[in-house]
Design a protein around this ligand. Sequence first.
Ligand SMILES: Cc1ncc(COP(=O)(O)O)c(C=O)c1O
Length: 296
Amino acid sequence: MLNIKKVENIEITKNIFVKPEYLINSVISGNKLRKLKYNIQKFLKSKSEGIITFGGAYSNHIDAVATVGKYLKIPTIGLIRGEELAFRHLSNPTLSYAMKCGMKLIFLSRAEYKKKDSKEYLANLKLENPNYFIIPEGGTNLLGVKGCEEILSTNDRDFDFICCSVGTGGTFCGLINSSLSHQKIIGFSATKGPFLKEDICKFVAKSNWDLNEQYQMGGYGKVNSDLIKFINDFNFKYKIQLDPVYTGKMMYGIFDLQKKQFFPKKKKILAIHSGGLQGIKGMNMYLKSKNLNQIK
Ligand SMILES: Cc1ncc(COP(=O)(O)O)c(C=O)c1O
């Protein structure tokens, strides 16, 4: 189930191409599979009993780890940001799916969730769950980055700009590590940040990258009617579904920068479609509740 299919880039305009990473596997899409590939291999070798990981209410990573747990019969625990979700997780499509897959959900206050990467917190977690393998939020660790180094192939050498969406930064780092010196990697932040450049520098030694924080549209999971319209128009025109949290904002940014002539003429741009389409259901429930246009 962790097989990765080869995908062909899709030309959408004369100079913009999409790498449809959402098509690399039928159950786990895009960068989630890339980041889990080596983590799961290590887990299987470690003979641990199960996996613990972290995520928010609509987390694609929680969805992916729960799916792996279901298919490979691995017990999984999800530590979820937001105590309040304990009372309404059944109406949240991502969390109710994760539970159906067998994931045990534990809801943490935002203050506690913030500690999730500290040495002390992790040491305690290990003490309480000695036989569990811990994967950080978003699957971003050295092994996750290693998996994302396999996104670009030798067929992508001609591209001048490689664009991706940035959450925890693992995908961006993998792309940077496998890029060539003439290529520039542009990460479009999906969160308000400020994004810690030191976090990126933990995993990369190159400097051919830039982090764009102009298109996060109010922060993680926040949307506006312009973005929803863009996603629907894009799908109508190019027959490619974008998600509202990550790839929609990235593509909106690429088109806007293209309009502003940021990309020099004749330069080729490759946009990584990193998946995340499972999140549309939850977003549409939210948009409907506010009487706003939904993603078609
Ligand atoms: C669909 C999708 N695209 C992009 C990202 C951002 O990836 P990263 O967390 O590696 O920066 C995520 C989140 O992990 C995601 O789910």
